[in-house]
Design a protein around this ligand. Structure first.
Ligand code: AMP
Ligand code: GLY
Length: 428
């Protein structure tokens, strides 16, 4: 089967790695891809996932039989609708929802209202537009600190503000509603702060049935001990033992089932991944947010744990035929440590030469922000590479990922040495 995967990050490298191992994969194309993927398929640096006509032309030219969309932006912009509107491609299996489904991520106001309509547990909230600033201030005063403010639209992971004081919250609110994140914050969601511990649950669905992929936890802050600025994610761990059988049974009944049922009732034929960011509040799951795609860097850990044929899973999602697919999971622990450029998540330098070590057994290096120039591998982003390793225990996986991260060399390399440590301390 000829497969086209869209995206260029560490998440897509991990997806490509798993896809390329399937006997069902004849040819894999990745648009635009990155230097880490060149041994797995054909990278198409000139093909932009947001250039819908060019994607369609490529699908026709290469007789693509399965389209897999990695990032959220083309989904929110309606890529899937555009492809399926083409008469000859109306039956093409696609992994990734149409624009209606992608609103779960594209609009926080919509996703909160969706959760409320379908009885899915989430923090109490209200949303406000620019002309409702007085009402928004009054609502803030009804809440206790800390205050959570969210830009309604996509803001590249930066649209959530947690303010410690009412004064700070009011100031942030004013800035957001007056266009701090452009159109994305013309509407702001204000919600109750939830106290608990977070995990990432990935639901693979064909619009009717679902499978829950291995649960992961990601580490969002730049500094050890979850300090400093928010990033796209500095590491991940899977499994997460506090997400035990009892918790996951509640997740399935209280979150997954009503989410899929809600989508069906609303006439949304959702085929793809739903990433539910959950807060475990004393054993009860609350949805912090939905994303319409897999997580990065969670995917890097999750892909190492999937043992059953991944292309078959993708194809069944795209064909609306998940049916009796048997998901097999590797029981080992996987940890992913992200190597970032000096300065990230603020401005950072690029173009530094990278030296990679020989890959030990049971380890992967996924590329996120790299480029190849004159036969040299160079840094080309804030998050550059991930060191992803199996371990028979969490401790062993952490040790091995840290060791691998240390042995990768480039000027200004920064990584967290504590990915997974909080779980160890919880007595995982
Ligand atoms: P998001 O971009 O929605 O993932 O939010 C970024 C981060 O803000 C989340 O991963 C949480 O750590 C935190 N957060 C968002 N909403 C809440 C909430 N209602 N209570 C506590 N923390 C939250
Ligand atoms: N790791 C969080 C995300 O992908 O949004």
């Amino acid at each position: 089967m000829n497969i086209l995967l869209l995206g260029s990050g560490g998440r897509e490298h991990a997806l490509a790695w798993r896809i390329a191992q399937s006997p069902n994969c004849t040819q894999l194309f990745i648009a635009p891809g990155n230097p880490g993927m060149v041994s797995l398929g054909t990278c198409l640096p000139g093909l932009n996932p947001k250039d819908f006509p060019a994607i369609v032309e490529f699908i026709r030219k290469e007789r693509i039989e399965l389209l897999v969309v990695g990032p959220e932006e083309p989904l929110v912009l309606g890529l899937v609708d555009y492809v399926l509107e083409q008469e000859d491609l109306a039956e093409l299996p696609i992994v990734g929802p149409d624009a209606a489904g992608a609103r779960l991520e594209g609009s926080k106001d919509y996703s909160k209202a969706f959760m409320q309509r379908h009885g899915i547990p989430t923090a109490a909230y209200r949303s406000f537009r620019a002309d409702e600033i007085e009402a928004a201030r009054a609502f803030l005063r009804e809440l206790n600190a800390p205050y959570v403010l969210k830009a309604d639209g996509l803001a590249a992971g930066k649209g959530v503000i947690i303010a410690q004081t009412l004064e700070e919250a009011e100031q942030e609110l004013g800035e957001m509603l007056s266009g701090r994140f452009g159109k994305a914050s013309s509407c702001v969601v204000i919600e109750e702060y939830l106290h608990g511990i977070e995990c990432s649950v990935f639901i693979a669905t064909d619009g009717q049935d679902w499978r829950i992929l291995p649960v992961a936890k990601d580490y969002k802050r730049i500094g050890e001990g979850e300090t400093g600025l928010n990033t796209g994610g500095m590491g991940s761990v899977s499994p997460v033992l506090f997400a035990d059988e009892a918790f996951m049974a509640r997740v399935e009944e209280e979150v997954v089932r009503p989410t899929i049922a809600g989508l069906m009732v609303e006439g949304i034929d959702y085929r793809g991944f739903i990433f539910a960011g959950l807060m475990n509040v004393d054993g009860a799951p609350y949805v912090i947010e939905y994303n319409c795609r897999m997580g990065d860097p969670e995917t890097q850990s999750v892909m190492l744990r999937i043992q059953s044929d991944f292309v078959e899973l993708l194809l069944r999602i795209g064909n609306g035929a998940l049916g009796d697919y048997e998901l097999k999971i590797d029981p080992r622990t996987v940890t992913t440590v992200v190597l970032a450029s000096e300065g990230y998540p603020r401005s950072y330098t690029t173009g530094q030469a990278i030296t990679l070590p020989d890959l030990p057994e049971g380890a992967m290096i996924f590329h996120a922000g790299t480029k190849s120039e004159g036969g040299m591998l160079l840094t080309n982003g804030g998050r550059v590479l991930t060191a992803t390793c199996y371990g028979d225990t969490l401790e062993e996986a952490m040790e091995r990922s840290n060791h691998l991260a240390k042995s990768i060399r480039f000027q200004g390399k920064n990584f967290r040495r504590d990915i997974g440590r909080d779980l160890l301390e919880l007595g995982q």
